[in-house]
Design a protein around this ligand. Structure first.
Ligand code: PRE
Length: 125
């Protein structure tokens, strides 16, 4: 049930739900379809697998966003780019139509601000 492959330049990560390895630099995750789930236990297992994948993606996203802060002329919260943030949300809304741009904007604002905060905490002083 490995429907999605996410490429990266890092070594292989195992599937958070079933432990199977992908190719080096890939995260392979099962994408359960909600229609086939009939019990609370199945639903929670599916959510746990999706959350494990989300955590791996959030960790990787934060690391990449920290690199962006070092590359930008003005990084961190001072270098916030609302147009870029809107572009990110619009692109995600195509893939997540049931959430839509307003809800995704709330999620991504939290993701982006958390990433900026983590990058700031990691920055050498
Ligand atoms: O693309 C940028 O300029 C970034 O700083 C990265 C990022 C992000 O986390 O995606 C963070 C802050 C900006 O407001 C927009 C996007």
């Amino acid at each position: 049930m490995h429907d999605q492959v996410i490429d990266s330049a890092e070594p292989a990560a195992s599937c958070p739900a079933c432990g199977r390895s992908g190719e080096p630099g890939e995260l392979r995750v099962p994408l359960p379809s909600a229609e086939t789930i009939t019990t609370l236990g199945e639903a929670r297992t599916a959510i746990d697998g999706l959350d494990a994948a989300l955590a791996a993606l959030l960790e990787r996203r934060a690391a990449v966003a920290a690199v962006v802060q070092r590359l930008k002329p003005v990084g961190g919260f001072a270098g916030r780019d609302p147009a870029r943030e809107r572009q990110i949300v619009e692109a995600m809304a195509v893939r997540a139509p049931s959430l839509g741009p307003e809800r995704l904007a709330r999620i991504m604002t939290a993701v982006i601000e958390t990433g900026l905060d983590a990058a700031d905490a990691r920055r050498p002083r």
